[in-house]
Design a binder for this molecule. Sequence first.
Ligand code: CTP
Ligand code: MG
Length: 185
Amino acid sequence: MIDLIILAVWLMLPAYIANPAAALLGGGRPIDMGKNFTDNKRILGDGKTIRGFVLGSFCGTMVGILQILLAPSIAPYLQGYVSEGMLTHASYVALLTMPVGALLGDMVKSFFKRRLGFERGAMMPVADQLDFVLGAWVLTYFLDGAWFTANFSPAIILTVLLITPVLHMATNFIGFKIGRKDVPW
Ligand code: CTP
Ligand code: MG
């Protein structure tokens, strides 16, 4: 059980980092340039900025590189929990597709949120928590399917789906407490 959770967090970390990094470092020009869609509502809204996208992707990738560098030295400590091969089978494609996919998933969610009439920042349960997971998985699956299927077993996928909402809510609550988010979700 604990080994599944450790491995799930390890595999998801570049995607998990991208979201809060975008929230901490984002701001400035919105990706949709302030433009409206055909329904006269914003295409994405002010919550999706170029700086958030770029710096969020960058931080996620940096964490992924750090993981690849650290894996050989931390693998022995995780023996019994996680097989060494799992920790050291790096995908250089996934270094980009996990964080970029995460933030693309977040953008796609915002697009549909706006179409459904949700204001920027309004809570949309399930979608708000799993958008970036699905984005990361879909992009990685298409660009490095072999790595994806070798690492994301059905058990890992289920674990990620169960732990992500909890981690997401905890992170957002911290963001709210430190004044980086207007709402605790
Ligand atoms: N953020 C950003 N650029 C991104 C993604 C996020 O600048 N590409 C920042 C924004 O400041 C945003 C915050 O991170 O307000 C939190 O992200 P999120 O909860 O995804 O956005 P919301 O403001 O809730 O907007 P939406 O309703 O569109 O999800
Ligand atoms: Mg939000």
